[in-house]
Write a protein that binds this ligand. Structure first.
Ligand code: HEC
Ligand code: HEC
Ligand code: HEC
Ligand code: HEC
Ligand code: HEC
Ligand code: HEC
Length: 284
């Protein structure tokens, strides 16, 4: 389930920056919300706020006669940090790329690290993941993940969760950055026996990524807002070089899921929110 959209800025840039192009880009910037991008002629389906950040995992389920698995980021990232799952537990940041099995879960890795029927959250046992044998009663637990139909209870949980969060126009409709800064939730960053020991690191100053296109506001990248002191391997060296000026960016590449686009079109706020990245007035 990829929801990457095509964006032919390349053409725009190639034809050099003339007045019309600049007007067009700035127009897009202002009305970003209402523009629907086409992917190879197919209009992108607008995800509802509760669906944003959802991954449907289906490498083996349907083959084995089980419904596909639905994993929601919103209901997990409010409890755990990105690096816990993506660095310590080894989940890929590309949907369906991890290719783990029911047996892995049953052996206490991947989903089964937490969904093992023992680990607690807020005083309750977290429901367990896959088992070979099960009663019809136990099957009701299976379908929490292996979803047959849209989960209406989950929708209700989302609605009540969002109520207490600072709002935002796009994505989940939540300003996750602000919510965490204000202490609306405190994600767990360490699980005994699984997580590597963390060393506190100095957080780098914000940096400006200068826009190649004249008239386009520059991008400010903040290490502080991204890691708060760790998780470097989420980005280095896979997505970005730590040697200043060695990283290559383009808006086309970002829309294809490269560099910033590895997170900002699927889990973190989406690319339609131009002005949340292009914040610094040009020429400043
Ligand atoms: C916490 C979530 C979760 C729960 C609960 C869960 N599963 Fe799974 N299960 C998964 C994931 C994730 C996969 C891998 C999905 C894929 O790639 O298709 C999987 C895969 C499977 C597969 C596919 C075979 C294979 O080799 O991977 C079977 C069969 C399966 N589960 C059975 C069950 C049964 C039976 C239950 C209930 C007793 C259950 N699962 C409960 C998450 C869950
Ligand atoms: C509880 C574990 C967990 C947490 C916490 C978590 N993720 Fe994920 N993430 C997953 C799983 C599982 C997948 C799917 C992997 C697969 O299918 O192989 C995934 C997939 C992704 C993808 C690919 C999505 C797509 O549609 O292609 C991105 C990007 C991602 N995560 C970023 C993040 C970011 C950023 C954070 C922190 C804000 C985060 N994740 C927090 C478990 C987690
Ligand atoms: C770091 C621990 C952790 C991991 C890893 C994890 N979960 Fe969860 N998950 C939780 C907790 C805690 C809850 C809330 C439990 C509750 O409400 O009983 C939860 C709830 C859920 C729910 C219930 C609905 C919801 O979203 O609140 C689903 C479905 C689910 N997880 C699927 C998965 C799948 C699929 C995986 C693996 C791809 C996975 N989880 C990996 C901790 C985890
Ligand atoms: C997640 C952050 C992010 C978001 C959101 C974002 N951009 Fe960018 N954009 C960048 C980065 C980083 C660059 C690279 C700077 C450069 O080389 O010009 C860039 C470059 C550009 C450029 C310069 C030419 C090029 O192709 O590299 C244009 C034009 C542009 N973006 C337009 C947009 C528009 C229009 C939107 C909203 C639809 C948008 N951007 C949303 C991060 C973002
Ligand atoms: C969300 C992605 C992301 C994470 C996580 C991240 N970085 Fe970066 N880092 C970047 C980007 C983007 C650049 C700019 C690279 C460029 O433009 O060449 C950068 C640049 C750097 C640079 C070069 C800065 C300079 O001025 O020369 C260093 C050093 C660095 N990062 C260290 C770290 C460390 C240490 C961590 C963990 C505490 C970390 N980064 C986590 C994205 C990230
Ligand atoms: C590893 C995943 C990841 C990558 C790669 C990444 N981001 Fe982010 N970014 C996030 C998450 C998660 C947040 C928290 C806000 C959210 O989830 O919407 C965030 C927040 C931000 C914010 C803060 C917005 C605010 O309200 O203050 C900006 C700006 C931003 N990112 C720009 C960028 C740019 C520019 C790049 C590329 C140079 C980039 N990000 C790469 C995950 C990522």
């Amino acid at each position: 389930m990829r929801n990457v959209c095509r964006f032919s800025l390349k053409k725009l840039v190639e034809t050099r920056v003339n007045f019309m192009n600049k007007v067009l880009v700035l127009l897009i910037l202002l009305v970003g919300a209402t523009v629907t991008w086409a992917e190879n002629g197919v209009i992108k389906r607008n995800l509802s706020p509760s669906e944003y950040g959802r991954v449907v995992i289906n490498n083996h389920s349907q083959q084995a006669g089980m419904p596909p698995v639905v994993f929601d980021h919103w209901s997990h990232r409010n409890k755990y940090t990105c690096r816990l799952c993506h660095l310590d537990f080894g989940f890929s940041m590309v949907a369906n790329a991890t290719k783990f099995h029911a047996a892995d879960n049953a052996n206490g890795i991947f989903c089964g690290t937490c969904h093992n029927g023992k680990m607690m959250m807020d005083g309750n046992i977290i429901f367990p993941a896959c088992t070979k044998e099960y009663t019809s009663e136990e099957y009701k637990v299976c379908v929490q993940c292996h979803q047959l139909a849209p989960n209406t209870i989950q929708e209700k949980r989302f609605t009540s969760f969002v109520k207490n969060m600072p709002s935002e126009k796009f994505g989940n409709g939540i300003n996750w950055e602000k919510a965490e800064r204000e202490g609306k939730f405190k994600p767990i960053d360490h699980i005994e026996g699984v997580s590597a020991t963390r060393t506190k690191m100095k957080v780098l100053d914000d940096m400006i990524i200068k826009s190649k296109l004249e008239g386009m506001p520059n991008v400010i990248f903040s290490h502080r807002k991204h890691v708060g002191g760790g998780g470097c391997k989420l980005c280095h060296p896979g997505l970005f070089s730590i040697n200043k000026g060695h990283s290559v960016y383009s808006m086309d590449g970002i829309f294809e899921g490269k560099s910033c686009g590895a997170c900002h079109n699927t889990v973190a706020f989406p690319l339609t929110d131009c002005r949340r990245c292009h914040t610094e007035p040009a020429g400043a």
